[in-house]
Design a protein around this ligand. Structure first.
Ligand code: PXP
Length: 239
């Protein structure tokens, strides 16, 4: 069964728009869990544009499901992660000027450095996932450097402008899943997934958890977070 990790970054985005105390992502996490979230995901960015350290510390104490920390593979974040000990970590590339994460990590180019980071984190008992593009070389590099999980970047699938391009991207994801399985790496997926496009991704072999943020938080503005999460759980449920 595919599980749902709800990314609550944009609740903090709204709070930071006024640099005030509401809405609180800690409350959001509790409501998401009431709606059926299987996990809570936050991205603590270097520029602290949404989630703050305070949020991460409180979430570590209050999340009842599991906490997935998305972070850049930089020494300051590794230190913080070792203190906070989230349930798993997703390493992502980070560029200051981007609106959201734009592409996967380059596990091929950074293989030596990432090997050290992954060994440090997994050595402390925190499983690591690498957010990568669905390319064979990236999957093989992720496996070679010892990551327990990959998160396949579903952005190209979500952004496909025609049905045939969408099918093509789905096939690329499917082949990536098969390769990851053969390499002994567990698979998550995410980015750009919505109520409308999520279903085929749940039917891919091996995909364990989907990390979804923008679409759920957008819907929550109108229907409330608990209901928005429940509806996404419904959308990903296999009959
Ligand atoms: N996975 C990763 C690695 C991400 O960086 C993001 C965006 O923060 C997501 C999943 C969720 O993407 P979206 O907000 O488009 O659902």
């Amino acid at each position: 069964m595919t599980t749902l990790g709800v990314n609550i970054d944009h609740v903090a985005t709204l709070r930071q728009a006024r640099r005030t105390t509401e809405p609180d992502p800690v409350t959001a996490a509790a409501l998401a869990e009431l709606g059926g979230a299987d996990g809570i995901t936050v991205h603590l960015r270097e520029d602290r544009r949404h989630i703050q350290e305070r949020d991460l510390l409180l979430l570590r104490q209050t999340v009842q499901t599991h906490l997935n920390l998305e972070m850049a593979a930089v020494p300051s974040m590794v230190d913080l992660a070792l203190q906070v000990k989230p349930d798993y970590i997703t390493l992502v590339p980070e560029r200051r000027e981007e609106v959201t994460t734009e592409g996967g990590l380059d596990a091929v180019a950074q293989q030596d450095y990432l090997t050290q980071v992954v060994a440090t984190l997994q050595g402390a008992g925190i499983p690591v996932s690498l957010f990568i593009d669905a390319q064979p070389a990236q999957i093989k590099a992720a496996a070679a450097l010892g990551a327990q999980f990959i998160e396949l970047h579903t952005g190209p699938y979500a952004g496909a402008s025609t049905e045939s391009l969408r099918r093509e991207q789905l096939q690329i994801l499917e082949q990536a899943c098969v390769l990851a399985q053969a390499q002994g790496v567990r698979v998550n997926a995410g980015h750009g997934l919505t109520y409308k496009n999520v279903r085929p991704v749940t039917e891919l072999p091996a995909v364990e958890e989907l990390n979804i943020g923008h679409s759920i938080i957008s819907r929550a503005v109108f229907v409330g977070l608990e209901r928005a999460v429940r509806e996404m759980k419904q959308a990903i449920k296999l009959d």
